[in-house]
Every structure is written in structure tokens, then in C-alpha cells.
Design a protein around this ligand. Structure first.
Ligand SMILES: [Fe+2]
Length: 197
């Protein structure tokens, strides 16, 4: 069974230049995302593209991410300023748009929000967000991921809510900051799930 698709040469070359561990993570996320796309009847080729592109800026040093975010008008919250690696999604989306000529807004939003989530993101972004978290190499960081994986087979929103609840509790218990976009995503998804009942 085909699990990933051919990418435009400029994106493939960008991926080929990444460190091996990151390249391998991206390949696993592509397969997980394409699996979710199949289950939820999404456009598998666009989901695969977004998953392939999600971490193109992940190998950059934090000072580069912060400087590029500031130079390109990406909003930098206190949480991002404290941990600039959180900006690799927004910076990656900016590079896709400006350097790789990607114009598909659903792909760009998937890359932009893949770390924090956002309540208004579309199904492609939801699949990429979950696939990234479901990568087994992150299992020790996310002890509640088993339940998230089960829910993801049924309902992407429920799965994201489950993930965010567990992750926000963990962050707060460890005395760390919670990203405002993750809180917004949790509230927004809980609100729409409540209204759809
Ligand atoms: Fe990432």
C-alpha cells in the first residue's frame, strides 16, 4: 500500500538536507498522517505534503527562529520568546510560502499550527497535528498518547482535546508556561463539541 507521495523537488531537496533523526521523524509522521487522512476521507496527497513540510524549520537554532519570526511579522508571545523552538511551525510556514512558493492555505496553516494547535484549523492541520504527536519517538513525552491514538481513529477533534488536556496539565504541573494558542484550541474545540451534542 502506498503511504507517501512524490513531493515537488524543492521540498524534497529541503527534506534531504535535514538531520537524519528529523528526516526519519518526518517520514513516520507522513505515514501516520496519510493513515488518518484515509480514515477521515481527507485529501491524502495534500495531507502528505503538509506532513512532509511540517518540520522544515525544526533544525534551526533558536536565535535564527526568533530573528526570522521578528523579521517576517510573526507574532511572538511571551511563551515563544521564552522557548523560541515553538516558532519552528510559523517560521516553516513562512519559508514554504516565501521560498518554496506554496500557496495552499490549508497546508500552510497545518505547518504553522502543528506544535500548538488552533481551534479554527481545518482537517488537514488536525491530521498533521495529531500525527506529529502520535510518532512513537515522542511516546515517553506524552504518556496519554494511547488514548489520543484511539480517539483519532474516530474523531479528530476529540483526539486533539484529549491531547491538549493531558499536555496542558503536564506543563502546568511542571511549572512551565502553556501556549495561548493551545488554550484557545482547547476552549474552542470544547465549545464546538458541546454545541454539536
Ligand atoms: Fe515540529
Amino acid at each position: 500500500m502506498q503511504t507517501t507521495y512524490e513531493l515537488p523537488s524543492n521540498l524534497q531537496e529541503t527534506l534531504d538536507a535535514l538531520p537524519k533523526g528529523l528526516f526519519d521523524h518526518i517520514q513516520r509522521v507522513r505515514e501516520l498522517a496519510v493513515g488518518l487522512a484515509g480514515v477521515h476521507k481527507l485529501d491524502v496527497v495534500r495531507v502528505d505534503f503538509a506532513a512532509a513540510a511540517h518540520d522544515i524549520a525544526r533544525a534551526e537554532p533558536e536565535h535564527v527562529l526568533l530573528a526570522e519570526a521578528q523579521a517576517t511579522g510573526i507574532p511572538v508571545t511571551n511563551v515563544d520568546a521564552d522557548k523560541p523552538m515553538l516558532l519552528h511551525g510559523p517560521v516553516g510556514a513562512g519559508r514554504l510560502r516565501n521560498k518554496l512558493a506554496v500557496t495552499d492555505e490549508e497546508i500552510l496553516e497545518a505547518v504553522y499550527w502543528h506544535t500548538t494547535a488552533l481551534s479554527t484549523m481545518g482537517p488537514i492541520a488536525k491530521a498533521v497535528f495529531l500525527a506529529d504527536k502520535m510518532d512513537l519517538s515522542k511516546a515517553s513525552r506524552y504518556p496519554h498518547i494511547g488514548r489520543v491514538r484511539e480517539l483519532a481513529a474516530d474523531d479528530l477533534d476529540q483526539a486533539i482535546v484529549e491531547f491538549l488536556k493531558g499536555d496542558l496539565v503536564r506543563l502546568l504541573e511542571e511549572g512551565k508556561m502553556a501556549h495561548p494558542a493551545s488554550l484557545e484550541a482547547l476552549n474552542g474545540l470544547l465549545y464546538s463539541l458541546k454545541r454539536s451534542r
